[in-house]
Ligand binder design. Structure first.
Ligand SMILES: [Zn+2]
Length: 306
């Protein structure tokens, strides 16, 4: 699940449930430790549903918020309590009620005053906290902007990347949620290919022009993904030039794509070893070799020793 997908999901959920009053909330027994807190949101209005990075955020009228994160796969579906009404556009068919265990196990069912019903299943992380303290939660406090945020200009993007301390690789910098939140490994691989950057390249070796190229590639992909998600499609259906194509020919030079864990971000990186060459990196343990910093020796002018 990537940022733009959660963004699209929040848009769809808002269309169905935004500004609606909650009639009731059903939670299967023993599923959520916080189920009392969840149930307290019935009888309240949903003020807003939006996203930040991969977090889906719900604000309720009584000053309580939900922060839901797709730790493992999650699934949202919508149905009308009136079975005769067709499913809302872009949503799955009506799913089984909470009591029958077919396929996915529902975790939460939210019944709305307009007769709509939203069901969450899968294995997300759900945190209930006061709206006032929402952005003090450690996972949310340090989140960077979204790719789609307008204030994220080329200059700000480059500045945020370069502000990272230490001698980071470009892969580590891209995957750092404090720079920009919600970029997936798949997007990372595709954007590095677009900028012809090796996943293990150090930040210091990357030119401003490449920084701009990878941001614009990430944005194009983010927009495609957002639009696809609105129609219920997933990231897997998007075109891939390198991601998950190990052994297949590069579309630019026909060299075989390789997969390595070289970006030091704890993830696999798929890339073309010909188009994305590792620049000369004389840095050793983050320190310039002493010789490079020494002045050129004076030409020897004394009497040669024998
Ligand atoms: Zn290539």
């Amino acid at each position: 699940m990537e940022g733009p997908e959660v963004d699209a999901l929040s848009f769809r959920l808002s269309a169905l449930a935004g500004r609606q009053w909650v009639d009731r909330i059903d939670v299967p027994a023993h599923r959520w430790q916080a189920n009392v807190l969840l149930k307290h949101c019935s009888g309240k209005r949903i003020n807003q549903i939006y996203s930040q990075g991969r977090w889906l955020l719900w604000n309720f009228s009584h000053g309580v918020s939900w922060a839901i994160y797709p730790l493992k796969r999650w699934h949202w579906s919508a149905q009308w309590t009136d079975a005769g009404k067709p499913p809302a556009q872009g949503w799955m068919e009506n799913i089984s009620p909470l009591s029958t265990a077919v396929g996915r196990r529902p975790l939460l069912r939210i019944t709305l005053e307009n007769g709509g019903c939203l069901i969450l299943s899968g294995r997300p992380l759900l945190v209930v906290l006061s709206t006032e303290k929402l952005y003090r939660h450690p996972s949310l406090a340090g989140l960077g902007p979204k790719l789609s945020d307008e204030f994220l200009t080329d200059e700000i993007w480059e500045k945020r990347l370069r502000l990272l301390t230490g001698d980071k690789t470009i892969s580590q910098a891209i995957m750092d949620e404090s720079v920009v939140a919600g970029i997936s490994n798949q997007t990372k691989c595709e954007m590095l290919f677009a900028g012809a950057i090796h996943p293990a390249a150090r930040m210091g070796s990357i030119e401003s022009r490449q920084m701009r190229e990878i941001l614009s590639a990430a944005r194009r992909r983010g927009e495609l993904l957002y639009r696809a998600s609105l129609e219920g499609h997933s990231a897997r259906e998007l075109p891939r030039l390198v991601y998950d194509r190990a052994g297949e020919p590069c579309r630019r030079c026909a060299t075989s794509i390789v997969a390595e864990r070289c970006g030091r971000d704890g993830l696999w990186s798929w890339f073309c070893p010909h188009c994305q060459k590792l620049p000369q990196q004389p840095m050793l343990f983050g320190v310039e070799p002493v010789a490079a910093a020494m002045p050129e020796p004076e030409p020897f002018s004394g009497t040669a020793l024998k």
